[in-house]
Write a protein that binds this ligand. Structure first.
Ligand code: CU
Length: 380
């Protein structure tokens, strides 16, 4: 209890003193409601009363937002306002891999694909580390370290047996690496002290894509937890030869952000932006297979989880088998764990999904699927 107390009170202090009203739009947290002097159900039971009031009362300095706005948000439990999607759009990210969102000419500058005599492909990527402020909740900016300017980094997707070549340039201010999960030689691991790529330096990672499954990549420079939580991670997907059955495929990376550097997360999300999929539900089609590539990179918390309402899914842990190990509606993953989840929505309508840790959900990790009948797909 005491660590949660401090996490919430620090979010309030940070929001009130330096980030201004915008940070307070993350009103879902009961502690924030308390900060605005609103009646917050269950507050006393949580022991947050004193903490909420102490953070600055109902008139944060620099606030430009009327208190009434908070009140409204307090009921909906989600962020108020929208994060700009100009630089990073979580909806686009869901269905993007190998830079498929870029127009052909631009795509070639970062991704090239060549057929090899045996039918496999050489896939060549240009990844760079760069420091960048990213917006993780309306008006709340996080000083991230990124791959190619985005968090999560670009999704890398290959077929088992392909050759991967990653030209990595460190344009950031700290030493970084790329550590890929999967089979490879020691010198390609990006984890030992002499693997560190210094600012301004380059390194080429080259290895074959194996085994098939859902993997990830992340920086492995020290201190590790700092480099990961700052944003240096991404999805690394290896398809089996022959592929998987056709499906609407979604890349979902569960992450968190420690906005005040107290080794505890203040904001949680899938694909970085708090509550994005509440504002913009993930559109799926009734009866059509959906495949979720779910990865947990959340730092500081032992576990993260996904619970999908009114729907059950098949679980393929690490995606390394084509036979599901489990049918459930809730899956929990340790940091670095991942699972492929397959289902098909039976009924049209909106279906919530969120961390089953309620606190994470309130702090941003909550979204909606919107399932529509196939013949109504084109209508909004
Ligand atoms: Cu790093």
């Amino acid at each position: 209890m005491s660590s949660q107390l401090s996490r919430r009170s620090l979010l309030q202090v940070t929001g009130l003193s330096s980030l201004g009203a915008a940070a307070l739009s993350l009103i879902g947290a009961r502690g924030l409601r308390a900060a605005n002097g609103l009646a917050a159900d269950g507050l006393a039971a949580d022991g947050l009363t004193a903490n909420g009031a102490a953070a600055g009362g109902s008139a944060p300095s620099g606030s430009t937002q009327p208190a009434a706005t908070y009140g409204h948000a307090g009921h909906s439990m989600i962020t108020v306002g929208r994060v700009s999607t100009d630089d990073f759009n979580p909806t686009t990210f869901l269905r993007t891999w190998n830079f498929s969102d870029l127009p052909p000419g631009q795509r070639e500058t970062v991704y090239r694909e060549t057929r090899r005599p045996d039918g496999s492909r050489l896939r060549e990527y240009d990844l760079f580390a760069i420091d960048r402020e990213i917006e993780i909740a309306p008006g709340l900016f996080f000083p991230a370290w990124t791959y190619n300017g985005q968090v999560p980094g670009p999704t890398i997707r290959a077929t088992e047996g392909d050759r991967l070549r990653i030209n990595f340039v460190n344009q950031g201010s700290h030493p970084h690496t790329i550590h890929f999960h999967g089979w490879h030689r020691s010198e390609m691991d990006g984890s030992l002290p002499d693997h560190q790529v210094m600012p301004g330096d380059k390194f080429v990672y080259e290895f074959d894509a194996e085994p098939f499954g859902l993997h990830l990549y992340h920086c492995h420079a020290n201190p590790l937890k700092r480099h990961i939580h700052k944003g240096l991670y991404g999805a690394f997907l290896i398809d089996p030869k022959g592929g998987r059955p056709p499906a609407d495929e979604l890349v979902m990376v569960m992450n968190g952000f420690d906005t005040n550097f107290d080794a505890d997360n203040e904001v949680y999300a899938v694909n970085t932006v708090a509550h994005h999929y509440m504002h913009e539900p993930i559109r799926v089609t009734v009866g059509k297979p959906v495949r979720m590539y779910l990865i947990n990179v959340t730092e500081f918390d032992v576990l993260n989880s996904l619970h999908l309402h009114a729907v059950f899914f098949d679980v393929f842990r690490t995606g390394t088998s084509l036979t599901p190990s489990e049918v459930t509606d809730t899956i929990m993953l340790c940091q670095g764990e991942r699972a492929i989840l397959e289902t098909a929505f039976r009924y049209p309508g909106q279906f919530m999904f969120h961390a089953h840790q309620s606190e994470f959900a309130e702090l941003g990790w909550m979204g909606l699927f919107r399932a529509q009948e196939p013949n109504r797909e084109t209508h909004h």
